[in-house]
Design a protein around this ligand. Structure first.
Ligand code: HSE
Length: 297
């Protein structure tokens, strides 16, 4: 095979208390095409600044070839990204996943999805976006002996996920730099107990339980000051019965609800905010993970 296009879904990591562990795939995609050539690297479809050998799709492409013991020849990469960049919706994980899968498919599909997850997790450092990007749906992950282990959880079909995406970005490195190295026992207990309830509430479609459980003490309290309007929007969502959390490291905020009317209400209220412009994306859960959508040669 000479050319392949991989489609990878956006992902919302953490989901409140599941810091670095929970993630959900969403119906918004980045497509990346890989075409083998005799030599050289050409990357199109992204800003010039990302079109070099540091591009994450290329980095993971090379890592998978190395793991397969395959020679690195030339490659043309075209990125068609609909996942907003640096907004907490898994745009970096999508490139890592696409690169890994692209290289694997082009060289005979010898690695399993778990093998690709192992390689990309070594680059990303936490599997919470990678697992749902590979497997789709709702996942929880742990890293044990240096290797990621991910499992899927059932989700009630009627959840509506509103991603509130602001017009400013937030590099994950910056959002992780504000987190404390140590946490108290009571905060750890708070997150473990709330996290278990989040998974059950998402399965049952229990909006009241989800609204209560989707709270966090390990990362959101430290990050919210960097996000204009965080507290106003949190209060707006929660007083209307929706569950609220940061999407990944932010700055996108999530409202998870079964109430159709909440979207219009949020859109109206967000227009009145002046510190940032917020776009409301109405997304469905994507139950299918990364996949080949086109192949040739
Ligand atoms: N779990 C990660 C974080 C997600 O919150 O920093 C961002 O990649």
């Amino acid at each position: 095979m000479k050319r392949v296009t991989i489609r990878v879904p956006a992902t919302a990591a953490n989901l409140g208390p599941g810091f670095d562990a929970f993630g959900c795939a969403l119906g918004l995609y980045t497509d990346v095409t890989f075409e083998e050539t005799q030599s050289g690297l050409e990357i199109t479809g992204c800003d010039e600044a990302y079109a070099g050998p540091d591009n994450l799709a290329y980095v993971s492409y090379c890592a998978v070839l190395a793991s397969l013991g395959e020679e690195l020849r030339g490659v043309k990469i075209h990125i068609d990204a609909h996942i907003p960049i640096c907004r907490g919706l898994g745009s970096s994980a999508a490139l890592l996943v696409a690169g890994a899968m692209g290289a694997n498919v082009l060289r005979g599909n010898r690695l399993s999805t778990q093998g690709l997850l192992n390689i990309t997790n070594a680059m990303e450092g936490h599997p919470d976006n990678l697992a749902p990007a590979f497997f789709g749906g709702l996942t929880a992950s742990m890293v044990d002996n240096g290797l990621p282990v991910s499992v899927s959880f059932p989700l009630h079909p009627e959840w509506e996920i509103l991603a509130l995406v602001p017009d400013f970005d937030m590099p994950t490195v910056k959002a992780r730099a504000v987190l404390p190295e140590q946490v108290s026992r009571s905060d750890a207990i708070y997150n473990i107990s709330h996290g278990a309830m989040v998974l059950k509430a998402l399965e049952l479609g229990d909006e009241k339980l989800l609204c209560n459980a989707m709270q966090d003490r390990l990362h959101q309290p430290y990050r919210k000051h960097m996000i204009a309007d965080f507290e106003v929007i949190e209060s707006l969502v929660r007083t209307n019965g929706g569950a609220f959390c940061l999407s990944g490291a932010g700055p996108t905020l999530l409202c998870i609800t079964r109430n159709d009317a909440l979207r219009e209400k949020l859109e109206q209220k967000l227009q009145g905010l002046t510190r940032a412009n917020w776009e409301v994306l109405r997304l469905h859960v994507e139950f299918q993970g990364a996949r080949v959508i086109w192949a040739e040669g």
